[in-house]
Design a protein around this ligand. Structure first.
Ligand code: CTP
Length: 212
């Protein structure tokens, strides 16, 4: 019996707490990551889906790992990296967390006028530094300006095999939308425009390229 392809996918936003009732986050819906997970299952892959807080139903057949903060996402992704053949990092990870997290709810009078921030680790960069031979790692980049140049730089500095760029300055695609318009860039120098598609179709086209 041939061994199943193991696919590790992250999706959705992370939340970084200020106090027990307040956090910073971003508008990621998780739709792109969930569409990839569904498509990977349809192709017979075994899928670990590491998901930040989203309101989507997990696709049947995935192993779902719920996380909230970037730290939790990093820990879970690292634990699951070893068995993965293919890693796809669609999550919109918060780059920063408040330096101080209050354990009790702040009243509006006590709420600080300024917050200090510390940087979260770059999760996908850590995964690519720790990877073994043959593991493929795909990142995403949502850009508003100089999209191609920024995505190419992230592909290189994060040590990725592919990066899926979406230009979120275009109306009607990206965050929370059912549509996307992705350009794939590879470490081998390919540039492949997938065109404006549903996220389901985009997921199919991405997997066709990254795991033919
Ligand atoms: N990413 C990550 N860990 C982070 C930030 C981002 O793993 N702390 C991953 C994302 O999941 C994505 C890729 O890195 O696959 C690019 O994310 P993006 O937010 O575009 O890049 P940043 O490195 O955060 O750069 P910047 O926000 O400065 O554009």
């Amino acid at each position: 019996m041939t061994k199943k392809i193991q696919c590790l996918i992250s999706a959705g936003p992370t939340r970084e707490w200020i106090d027990p009732v307040r956090f910073i986050s971003n508008p990621s819906s998780g739709k792109m990551g969930y569409a990839l997970a569904e498509e990977a299952v349809a192709r017979g892959f075994e899928v670990d889906l590491v998901s930040g807080p989203v309101s989507l139903t997990p696709p049947p057949g995935v192993r779902l790992h719920r996380v909230v903060t970037a730290d939790e996402m990093e820990k879970t992704m690292k634990e699951l990296l070893d068995r993965a053949h293919l890693v796809i990092m669609t999550a919109a990870v918060c780059d920063h967390r408040p330096k101080k997290q209050w354990s009790e709810k702040l009243s509006k009078e006590d709420f600080p006028k300024n917050l200090e921030w510390v940087k979260n680790n770059d999760i996908v960069r850590g995964l690519s530094a720790a990877r073994k031979n043959g593991q493929k790692i795909i990142g995403f980049a949502a850009e508003t300006t100089d999209a191609m140049a920024h995505a190419a730089e992230k592909l290189a500095t994060k040590g990725l095999d592919w990066i899926a760029l979406n230009d979120v300055s275009q109306k009607g695609i990206g965050f929370a939308s059912d549509f996307n318009d992705v350009t794939l860039l590879s470490s081998a120098g390919e540039t492949i425009a997938l065109g404006r598609e549903t996220k389901k179709k985009t997921a199919q086209k991405i997997l066709d390229r990254v795991w033919p």
